[in-house]
Design a protein around this ligand. Structure first.
Ligand code: KG4
Ligand code: ZN
Length: 355
């Protein structure tokens, strides 16, 4: 549907300057159940996140079945809270948005079913959002983010270098060939006994540690590929821990954490630098849960300064999974008239170029 048709359908007339667009967004792709009301793609009217961290902590990672059950319990609670915080009812909304993939399929179904029900009851259009596009547009909640730009999306499930062209289409330039960066953080943290989620725990443990204690491998740094690999790094950390334990030496947790963090960051930063120079782009958006990492943010800022590029990072609270970012991305689709209908379904994987 085109913009003018949406306006005519909703307001009975065509208008180039419609009143503000309020979108209710729902996110349930992994271990956070979240709902938010976003105005015009950038104002966070309300944002509610129910974290399942405590449910998964004792397993050392996300258990899909546990996640699905927790989403069922929480989804209506967060939606009602987001509407109450926004002082709105369903009748005030111009669209209902939801993450429809990629992610844990059982978890996604909960959010998608809730959003479809709300869309049917309210008559508001439905917008399915790709989870990674959500991470990308999290930055739009605090700054102007106008395509074209490059994006480095680093989360628990993804490590991707993306190019968003002037029309807003997303092209993948590189991605991990094995583990995602966040996954490596989580696995190494578990091996170090630091708990779940691993990223914040390693960042905290690395403070005061010696990043040069061990030179762990930096894979894929040679050549002009923009792909990543983190499984060799993870195995090298495991081997080191094994060797130390067998030799009855105590583990220097801060030093190992700092050395590991430095190796992950080197790989991410190096590929970001290469992407900037090979595409001659001048804007880089950093996004995803690992974008919360202070060391990565600092190092990337230096790279962008040196390259004369602008680095855009979301507010910390919008780096990890939330629904506000889904509302921000949904607004981009809304403006383009890319709406879905009630045949929308959850998909465990969706190519980013089809977002
Ligand atoms: O984007 P996100 O919330 O969920 C996914 O879509 O995967 O990302 C979660 C990931 C986890 O692997 C977590 O350990 C990592 O982001 N993370 C961090 C930090 N905060 C979260 N990694 C490094 N440093 C952090 N401060
Ligand atoms: Zn995510």
């Amino acid at each position: 549907m085109r913009w003018s048709e949406i306006m005519r359908a909703r307001y009975g007339h065509d208008t180039a300057t419609p009143r503000s667009i309020d979108i209710l967004a729902v996110e349930s792709s992994c271990d956070e159940t979240a709902a938010a009301v976003i105005r015009d793609g950038r104002i966070v009217v309300s944002s509610v996140v129910a974290s399942q961290i405590s449910s998964h902590q004792r397993f050392g990672g996300v258990v899909p079945e546990v996640a699905s059950r927790a989403h069922v319990e929480q989804v209506t609670v967060v939606i009602e809270q987001a509407l109450a915080d926004a002082h709105m009812t369903l009748a005030d909304l111009q669209a209902i948005a939801v993450t429809h993939g990629p992610g844990l399929i059982g978890a996604l179904f909960v959010g998608v079913t809730a959003a479809k029900t709300l869309a049917q009851v309210s008559g508001a259009p439905l917008i399915g959002v790709h989870h990674l596009a959500g991470h990308l547009y999290a930055a739009a909640l605090s700054q102007d983010v106008e395509p074209p730009f490059l994006a480095l999306v680093v989360s628990g499930g993804h490590t991707e270098l993306l190019y968003v062209n002037a029309q807003g289409s997303i092209e993948r330039l590189g991605s991990t060939r094995d583990d995602a960066a966040g996954e490596a953080y989580d696995k190494v943290a578990r091996a170090l006994g630091l708990g779940y989620p691993g990223g914040p725990a390693i960042q905290a443990a690395a403070t005061g540690g010696d990043p040069t204690y061990i030179r762990f491998p930096r894979a894929m740094l040679d050549g002009d590929s923009l792909d990543f690999s983190f499984s060799g790094l993870k195995s090298a950390v495991m081997l080191h821990l094994d060797r130390e334990r067998k030799a009855d030496r105590s583990i220097r947790v801060a030093d190992v954490a700092a050395s590991f963090q430095s190796a992950v960051t080197d790989a991410l930063v190096q590929k970001a630098r290469l992407a900037l120079s090979s595409t001659s782009q001048h804007t880089l958006v950093l996004a995803g849960g690992v974008a919360a990492n202070a060391h990565l943010r600092t190092r990337l800022r230096t790279v962008c300064d040196d390259a004369g590029a602008r680095l855009i990072v979301p507010d910390l609270r919008f780096c990890t999974d939330n629904a506000a970012m889904i509302g921000a991305a949904a607004f981009v689709r809304y403006k383009q008239g890319k709406l879905d209908d009630l045949t929308l379904t959850a998909q465990a994987s969706i190519p980013i170029d089809q977002w």
